[in-house]
Design a protein around this ligand. Structure first.
Ligand SMILES: Nc1ncnc2c1ncn2[C@@H]1O[C@H](COP(=O)(O)OP(=O)(O)OP(=O)(O)O)[C@@H](O)[C@H]1O
Length: 227
């Protein structure tokens, strides 16, 4: 496939996608197209199905019914183009931030674009020379380090589940600034960056929300441009 047709494919396409757990539907017949280059904020109460949708897009779980494509492919077939950050930071408490990122970098062999650990930390406002272990970091610092970890691979699609939960304003702002910078970084294959994030805190995500989606009871309620 040439790069011209790649850029016209939606970044994310769900077609009547449902995810059942036993008889319970965490996601109900969701149909959705998100164009490459979009910045989408997904709102909804606890249990609305937001995390389920993100996990499907990340390829961490499969739809029970319907289909999902990411850049026109099965999510797992394009996993090196996707970065996903869950509620858990996935960092090792006993290591420093730079040691954590260096460890993950060693696992990312084969990725075409890899940002250096110290550069990725500086970009979220953390000092790579900080000798403290991540276990001693504040929640805000941990979240920033987690974002620095997922952005090391310079993904085309970034999925963030509640990235601003329990953050002070400075940390939230540092994360928003880094996300806006990432959206404007040129990608190696010319695909514009796509962001999909869930939050309870619509205010914090407002600078990033080109489009706002709402979910309730596993259904998608609205899909429109933010005013
Ligand atoms: N592995 C699972 N097994 C059974 N039920 C599940 C599973 N994962 C999610 N659910 C259920 O599916 C529903 C949607 O959960 P999901 O985590 O997607 O919601 P959410 O909108 O992300 O909520 P929150 O903001 O609380 O994370 C919930 O009722 C949840 O209990």
């Amino acid at each position: 496939m040439n790069s011209a047709s790649q850029t016209t494919l939606p970044a994310i396409a769900l077609d009547r996608c449902s995810r059942l757990y036993g008889r319970f539907a965490a996601l109900r017949e969701v149909t959705l197209d998100i164009a490459a280059g979009s910045s989408v904020v997904l709102l909804g109460e606890n249990g609305a199905g937001k995390s389920t949708l993100l996990r499907l897009v990340a390829g961490l779980t499969s739809p029970s019914l319907g289909s999902i494509r990411v850049f026109g492919e099965e999510p797992l077939d394009v996993r090196e183009r996707i970065a996903y950050m869950s509620h858990a930071t996935m960092l090792y408490d006993e290591m420093t931030a730079v040691e954590n990122l260096a460890y993950f970098a060693s696992l990312y062999e084969g990725f075409t674009t890899l940002i250096a650990p110290d550069e990725s930390l500086r970009a979220v406002g953390l000092d790579p020379a900080n000798p403290r272990r991540v276990g001693e970091y504040s929640q805000g610092m941990r979240q920033r380090a987690a974002l620095a970890r997922v952005l090391m691979t310079s993904p085309d699609l970034l999925l963030l589940d509640e990235p601003f939960s329990n953050l002070d304003v400075d940390s939230a702002n540092a994360m928003v600034a880094r996300l806006k910078q990432w959206q404007h970084e040129p990608s190696h294959n010319g695909t514009p960056r796509t962001l999909l994030l869930t939050t309870h805190q619509a205010e914090l995500a407002r600078p990033l929300a080109q489009t706002t989606l709402r979910m309730n009871g596993g259904r998608l309620l609205s899909f429109g441009d933010a005013a």
